[in-house]
Design a protein around this ligand. Structure first.
Ligand code: PMP
Length: 409
C-alpha cells in the first residue's frame, strides 16, 4: 500500500494519546467513526483560549468579551468557507449532529400535518431516524423508509419511487453510513428530491473529516455534523442550512442570545443565526474546531481521502481472506469504515478479545437498530480509519481478528 501521508510521523508528533500501550500492547485506535483523537494544536487552542481571552460572547463591551466574540464569529466564517456554504447559507452552532437534527425536526414539524410525508433511510443513525419518526408520530405525517440493495448501497429506484409517490416534505439521509461505510450519491439524490419540492437533510457526521464537502454544489437544504468526529472538541456541532429555510423555521429553544426584544406581552427573535443559538454557546470549542479544520486543510483532503481509501480497501481484502468472516456491504463507493462479523461468534466477544490485544474497535448496533434489523443481526464489529492510521494498524487488526476467530470458534 502506497501512501503520501506519513501517519507514523503524524502519530508521533501530533497525537500523543496514540503512543501508549493498552493491555500490554501498543494501542491501535480504529474507533474513529465514534470519535477521532485530537491533534495537539486543538488541545493547545482550548488551553490558550481559557488562558487568554475567555469571556462570554456577544453581550460584553469589555476587551475580553470582544476578543472572544471575534474569535467565535471568525470560526463561524471559517466553517462556512470550509463547507463552501456561500451566501445562501447560514452556520448555526449546536452541540453536535444530534442537536442539529433535533433542531430541524422540532422546528420543521410545525409545518407537518397528516397529509404530509417524510422519508428517512433505513441506514440512518438513531440521531436522524428517531427525531423524524417522533415528529411524524406527533403530527400524523407519513413516515417512509428508503431501503438498501444487497450490496449495501441505497436502493435509488425504491427511493425515487417514494419521492414520486408521496412528494415528501423532507428526505433525511446520511452522506456516509456509519455502519456500511458507503457514500451516498447525495448530489444526484438532492436534485431528484427537489423536482418534487422535497427538502433534503444530509447527516454529514461520517463525511466532513474525510473528503471535501461543498453544500452549495450539493444544493443541500440542511447539512449536519459533529466537531468531535473531525478532530475537534466534543460539545460542538454544526447545522449548515439554507438561509431561506432558517428564516421560515421557528426557534428551537428560547432564552438569552436568541432574542431581539422581550416584554411581558411578547418576544421578538434575533437575526440569523442567533435565533437558533439560545443560551451561552460552546465558544471555546468553536475556536478549537476551526483549528481542527485548519489541521485537516494543512494535510489536505487530496491526501487524506486517498490514504483512508487505500487503507480501507487494503483492510477489506485482508479481512475478506479470513474464513467465516462476513463483511457488510460491497467494496465499491466505500469510504473509511468496515463492519463485519465472524460467523458463529458474538460481536461483543470479538471486541473484548481485540481490546485484550490492544485494538480499539466498536461493537454493537452502532445506534442504527433499524439497519441491524434489516441486516438480520444484533450487531457488528466496526473498524474505522482516520488520517493517522497506518497499514501496520490494519495488519495488527487482521492478525488479531484471525486469533479471535480461532479462540471463539
Ligand atoms: N450520524 C452519524 C452517521 C453518526 O455516525 C453519529 C455518531 N456516531 C451521529 C449521527 C451522532 O453524532 P453525535 O453523537 O456527535 O451527535
Amino acid at each position: 500500500m502506497k501512501t503520501l501521508l506519513n501517519p507514523e510521523y503524524i502519530q508521533g508528533k501530533d497525537f500523543p494519546i496514540l503512543n501508549q500501550c493498552v493491555n500490554g500492547q501498543p494501542l491501535v485506535y480504529l474507533d474513529n467513526a465514534a470519535t477521532t483523537q485530537k491533534p495537539r494544536k486543538v488541545v493547545e487552542s482550548l488551553t490558550r483560549f481559557y488562558e487568554t481571552i475567555n469571556s462570554n460572547i456577544h453581550r460584553g463591551v469589555h476587551h475580553l468579551s470582544q476578543e472572544a466574540t471575534a474569535a467565535y464569529e471568525d470560526a463561524r466564517s471559517y466553517i462556512s468557507d470550509f463547507m463552501d456554504a456561500g451566501s445562501g447559507y447560514n452556520i448555526v452552532f449546536t452541540r453536535g449532529t444530534t442537536e442539529s437534527v433535533n433542531l430541524v425536526a422540532s422546528s420543521f414539524s410545525n409545518f407537518l400535518s397528516p397529509s404530509d410525508n417524510v422519508i428517512v433511510s433505513v441506514s440512518d443513525h438513531h440521531s436522524t431516524f428517531v427525531p423524524w419518526q417522533q415528529a411524524c408520530l406527533r403530527t400524523g405525517a407519513g413516515f417512509n423508509v428508503a431501503f438498501l440493495l444487497p450490496d449495501g448501497s441505497l436502493d435509488l429506484e425504491q427511493l425515487y419511487g417514494l419521492l414520486r409517490k408521496c412528494h415528501a416534505k423532507i428526505l433525511v439521509l446520511p452522506h456516509v453510513s456509519n455502519v456500511i461505510g458507503k457514500r451516498n450519491p447525495v448530489k444526484e439524490i438532492i436534485s431528484e428530491a427537489h423536482k418534487y419540492g422535497t427538502a433534503v437533510l444530509v447527516d454529514g457526521a461520517q463525511a466532513i473529516a474525510h473528503f471535501p464537502v461543498s453544500v452549495k454544489d450539493l444544493d443541500a437544504d440542511f447539512y449536519c455534523w459533529s466537531g468531535h468526529k473531525a478532530y475537534g472538541p466534543t460539545g460542538i456541532g454544526v447545522l449548515c442550512a439554507k438561509t431561506a429555510w432558517l428564516e421560515k423555521l421557528p426557534p428551537y429553544q428560547f432564552g438569552g442570545e436568541m432574542i431581539e426584544d422581550v416584554s411581558i406581552e411578547k418576544t421578538t427573535f434575533g437575526a440569523l443565526p442567533f435565533k437558533f443559538e439560545a443560551g451561552t454557546p460552546p465558544f471555546a470549542e468553536a475556536v478549537a474546531l476551526k483549528v481542527a479544520l485548519q489541521y485537516i486543510k494543512g494535510i489536505g483532503f487530496g491526501q487524506i481521502e486517498q490514504h483512508e481509501k487505500d487503507l480501507t480497501r487494503y483492510t477489506y481484502h485482508q479481512l475478506g481472506e479470513i474464513p467465516g468472516l462476513k463483511i457488510y456491504g460491497s467494496e465499491e463507493e466505500r469510504d473509511d469504515l468496515i463492519s463485519f462479523n465472524i460467523e458463529g461468534a458474538y460481536h461483543y466477544d470479538v471486541g473484548v478479545l481485540l481490546d485484550q490485544m490492544g485494538i480499539a474497535v466498536r461493537t454493537g448496533h452502532h445506534c442504527a437498530q433499524p439497519l441491524m434489523r434489516f441486516l438480520g443481526v444484533p450487531g457488528t464489529v466496526r473498524c474505522s480509519f482516520a488520517l493517522y492510521n497506518r497499514q501496520h494498524d490494519a495488519d495488527r487488526l487482521v492478525e488479531a481478528v484471525r486469533k479471535a476467530a480461532k479462540m471463539l470458534l
